[in-house]
Design a protein around this ligand. Sequence first.
Ligand code: CTP
Length: 402
Amino acid sequence: MRPFHGRRILLGVTGGIASYKTAWLARLLSQAGAEVDTVMTKSAREFIGAVTFEALTGRPVHTELVAEGSALDHIRLAQAAELVVVAPATADFLARAAGGRSDDLLAACLLATKAPVLLVPAMNDMMWAHQQTIANVAHLRSIGYTVLDPDTGPLASPQEGAGAGRMPEPDTIFAQVGRMLEPKGALNGKRVVVTAGPTRESLDPVRFLSNYSSGKMGVAIAAAAWRRGAEVTLIAGPLSITPPLGMRALDVESTSDMANAVRSELSTADVLVMAAAPADFKPATVAVAKIKKTTRPEALAIEETPDILKSTRDARRPGSVIVGFALETDDVMAHAAEKLRAKELDLIVVNDAREPGAGFGGDTNRVTIMAPNAEPVALPLMSKAEVADAILDRVEALLGGR
Ligand code: CTP
């Protein structure tokens, strides 16, 4: 099913050049199944036509506080909305919203709604940095509105600077909408640390030992936890995919770097999900200069890297939920059960690397979830996003019971 099927979103558009990107946002929301009611200010209509939004959302666009035949559009629209998104929100609109004005349809809708409000500023970098705007944003946040920070980078007009002021991309806004529409469970507001990807162990300045992990499973878990309202830190080795939006990301290289990062995050974490595939071995010595063909060693001496889950046990917070993975090729359940015990985990997600559709690199996974003193639960072949949700449902059940 489409993720926002039947959800009512009021999309406000104010007068900024970034409104051309809002058209794409309207399309993303409609394609996800949302019923999007667009409200445009007068100046928005100087930048982009109402008919564009009408065509993209398949619904009429509203512009007037007192429209022909109805003086109560703002009440009706505001009450039907499950979420109000204003993108772009100009400096002028932020000022009017902060002042509680109701002098046009969009401002009146903000006052008449009980729905959560997401404001997506876009303006010249000097205007964003001005004390007036800073004070308005602080006030809007203090009354519970979510105000995204604008991006840094070239603004629409070539004459303008490159400080913060650019409207975040439609994908970023769409992800934030997903987070705000998600029903909130036990992960809401919790600190979740997720590790993802492989690590690398240097052999010389140009070579390393690693593995085929892509990071997709860990990234899917981080994205799903963020959508459920968690404050997520992603500790990532070199990933083959772009990390998700909206969360704090710590990039690491070696297994001991990852162990250090996990240790420092654990003291404040409610949940740790070790989805990474840290390199288990490292060359016993790292050559300072590139190893030439003429100086090739006969064999490589290798050593074990630290076991991150085991070596950081003492840093865990009492009551935190710790989830590990097990990648096995034989005697799968017995090995996984042993890891569950030895690493003192609350859950272990078991992958049989030889199953079709499971393991590294792909977009699907077939896993079994094990917990101490419980029957293992074998899940069918699913997308990694669905596996992430299945894992987090169990994490929420554990958190709820603590
Ligand atoms: N893990 C870890 N530190 C390592 C290696 C793995 O914390 N140096 C974590 C993984 O992130 C995973 C779990 O331990 O959550 C099991 O990883 P797996 O590779 O299946 O097992 P290993 O402990 O490495 O044991 P083996 O390779 O002998 O099966």
